[in-house]
Design a protein around this ligand. Structure first.
Ligand code: TXD
Length: 309
């Protein structure tokens, strides 16, 4: 049986953690690419040396040549700068947009049928850029953020209630930034609404901590941003596509009228399966949720306008 081929562009913190996550679960052969001499081969070799302990029989190549990425089934794009303390994700726009345009042109030349999963910040604007540069259909170009933001919220809820993380669901809508919209109304613990288990003040505190979840980690690390949870979130999306699981996950997807938004990438619930983004699920939002999503959409749009496409 031919194994799937997954390319990870950028062998930094998120890229390398992704490669390891995917290899441990044997989701496919992994090609890890970076422009820094020796970085990708070094990390690939390190992951391969964990394989006997992980019990994983996939191939991992570390490379600086796009030819090695040819005919990938999925390409995960993590190349670019990460935040430092005091920076917002939007501050990364200029530098990362030139990296992302360059990378996308090369990637699509070698893998014209791949799914493109964008991780680089500012996430929704970079995903829009990848869509424009690749010219790929919208089901094959998506961004990862909501799975991570929701996982943060799930962890905070589980910690507060002292229950298993496995029983907690949460949903975060909107762009990946300070204006994200954690939907407490859709959070449950084994089907029990969160509001039945927690005071409104506690829920509000968790929403706030979720919004600042990335910045909280940046302020500890000082030299970079989160990577274990982002890598796991990417892994879950890759698994949903490669195993055609049809999972309902928050994904940055191109909206064309859904939620009253057009021609913009924003985090929304989608059905993720073998065809990629198979469906955008439209929720009936309450008025305050709708206006919060509108504000989040505007902040993504203002970044996209700065891209000068
Ligand atoms: O939820 C999310 N979407 C995110 C996004 C969660 C975590 C991190 N998020 C963003 O991902 C973060 O703000 C950054 O924009 C990217 C990558 O974060 P990471 O923490 O992995 O950054 P690193 O460790 O600096 O790694 C980036 C790598 C580094 O090795 C560079 O040499 C490489 O990118 N790089 C390139 N690779 C290939 N091609 C080009 N042109 C290139 N330029 C830099």
């Amino acid at each position: 049986m031919k194994r799937k081929k997954i390319t990870v562009i950028g062998a930094g913190n998120v890229g390398a953690a992704c490669a390891h996550w995917l290899a441990v679960r044997e989701l496919g052969d992994v090609v890890l690419f970076d422009i820094v001499d020796g970085l990708a081969p070094g990390k690939a070799l390190d992951i391969l040396q964990a394989a006997p302990i992980d019990g994983s029989d996939v191939s991992i190549i570390g490379t600086g040549s796009y030819a090695d990425t040819a005919d990938s089934d999925i390409v995960i794009i993590t190349a670019g700068l990460a935040r430092k303390p005091g920076m917002s994700r939007a501050d990364l726009l200029e530098k990362n947009s030139s990296i992302i345009s360059f990378v996308t042109q090369r990637v699509v030349k070698y893998s014209p049928a791949a799914f493109l999963l964008v991780v680089t910040n500012p996430l929704d604007a970079m995903t829009y850029l990848v869509k424009q540069v690749s010219g790929f259909p919208k089901n094959r170009v998506m961004g990862m953020a909501g799975v991570l933001d929701a996982a943060r919220m799930r962890y905070f809820i589980a910690q507060e209630l002292e229950v298993s993380v496995a029983d907690v669901t949460a949903f975060v809508l909107g762009g990946h930034g300070e204006s994200m919209v954690p939907l407490a109304r859709c959070s449950t613990v084994s089907g029990i609404p969160l509001s039945a288990l927690m005071s409104p003040e506690k829920i509000e505190a968790i929403i706030e901590r979720t919004r600042n979840g990335g910045a909280e980690i940046v302020s500890f690390l000082k030299t970079g941003s989160a990577f274990y949870a982002p890598a796991a979130a990417v892994g879950q999306m890759v698994e949903a596509i490669l195993k055609d699981k049809k999972r309902i996950l928050p994904v940055s997807a191109l909206l064309e009228g859904e939620y009253g938004i057009s021609n913009c990438y924003v985090g929304v619930p989608v059905k993720l399966g073998g065809q990629g983004v198979e469906e955008v699920i439209e929720l009936d939002l309450l008025p305050d949720e709708r206006s919060a999503l509108g504000r989040s959409h505007q902040s993504v749009r203002s970044l996209v306008e700065r891209l000068k496409l």
